[in-house]
Design a protein around this ligand. Sequence first.
Ligand code: AFP
Length: 338
Amino acid sequence: MKTKPYKQDTSPLGYAVGVTLDRFIKSNQADFPFATGELSQLLRDIALASKIVSREISRAGLGQVTGAFGQTNVQGEEQQKLDVVANIRFTRALTKGGEVCAVVSEEDDEVIDLQNKTGKYVVAIDPLDGSSNIDVNVSIGTIFSIYRRVTPMGSPIQPEDVLQKGCQQVAAGYVLYGSSTMLVFTTGNGVNGFTYEQSLGEFFLSHHDIQAPLTGQIFTINDGLTPGADPGIAGFLNACKQNGRTARYIGSLVADFHRNLLKGGIYLYPATVANPNGKIRLAYEANALAFIAEQAGGKATDGMQRILDIPPLSLHQRTPIFIGSVELVDELETYVNG
Ligand code: AFP
């Protein structure tokens, strides 16, 4: 038979659509810790659930999915219907995927044991972060951390499986439901971002090897809560104002973090009178973002130590957090350390 070698069409009609998440995972398989394919599948499961959640979010306001669910979560915060929907979607995807044995979720007071005897991974997740922003059409997100279980597969889940330090994460990421839906993740070899192309139903690589700027102009804090915080915080904020830096606060951690990661800046959530241990949850918010920040060349601390080195004592533990561009976090530390 007569054949001819494939030659890529470089004319305007043959423009490249881009690298899909699947292709990226396949061609970077070697970068994945314990590269046996399960972790890749797990990331695909998360991506699938995020597409469904993205669809639900984009309909918010039209159907019956906005507003309060009528219950509070373990944090005592009022659950929104979409918090519950997102929790169901992610937990179901992780259950069906078969790679995960246990899930720690913001929406569940206890560890969910998926009863999966072959699951090697534990996932900590905030299915929908910034939920107070849902009803007002402001960006929200999902945050996840992935750990290897440390006890033998098939045995009952133990505290040491779910209470691991952030430095033991094998992968972490977030989904930002913003002007577009983006998935950003790391497996410990840099950070990459994928934008969801709705009409094709695919995530495409849009932000290759994200690097956090060394410094930046943005400082991000809920200033209304700072009276009663460490006086060093006031000193740092004052220096920001004196230096003509820009204040930006959305109130959705993922959106605030993502903006600062790309543009350069610092996000602060210190201990406050209302939240003496800080507000951000270590297991499913701080650790994931700290891992990403460090992988992108940024920094994350609670003011005393690296977020990734904090020993977790309970599932829903909170921590103060200062995260973003290295030089800004270093500067902040000089204030809070006296
Ligand atoms: P949830 O919506 O998941 O409960 O978390 C919200 C959040 O932890 C984080 O997304 C925000 O940055 C922060 O709270 C906003 O809190 P304030 O209202 O205290 O500024």
